[in-house]
Design a protein around this ligand. Sequence first.
Ligand SMILES: [Zn+2]
Length: 219
Amino acid sequence: MRTTPKLVVLAIACCNVTGFVLAGDSPAPSISADDALVKLKEGNLHFATSDVSQGKPTAARRKETAQAQHPFAIIVGCADSRVAPELIFDQNLGDLFVVRTAGNLVDDHALGSIEYAVAHLGTRLIVVLGHSSCGAVKAALESDHAPGHVESLVRDIQPAVKIAKSKRGDALAAAITENARQVAAKINAEAALGDFAKEVRVISAVYDLETGKVEWTNR
Ligand SMILES: [Zn+2]
């Protein structure tokens, strides 16, 4: 079977994650991590305080991004339907590279996706985004067992639950914040970012379903 040129490029890029850079295969950062954070904060402020979002895809934007993508931030978010990163940060097609699992956890597939975006798309900011009333964290607070593959979710949230239970106050809110913080720490420790690591920032944040605002918990 013949492989199309497009697939060849993707295959090179994907297989190149551990060895990293082939000549000419490492774009300059789309924007710096600090500038990316400013853009996310501005976008979220607009989302939380405006009746109408500006982030709607347009035909022109679709056409432009069909040629190439240069996302300025990586969002590791929860799969919850109410926490769509493009919407809550008021961004458009091609702006955000998004990895979503229930409980905003990262496994090898997620880490590989993050490494890919940093090495090949020039993205320098990684945000782990928890959210209020997270069902996955709630389930982990109630039990460390669950049916089927949900077990893997509640198991991996247990370290955050343990710390949250040792604190006073709202255990769910504390576990959500701590879980996002721990996932950010895991990305820092385990993502193979090579020389890009010094340009990359990994931060955690929590989105409030009621207010629409993102609270930046570690900067
Ligand atoms: Zn959630």
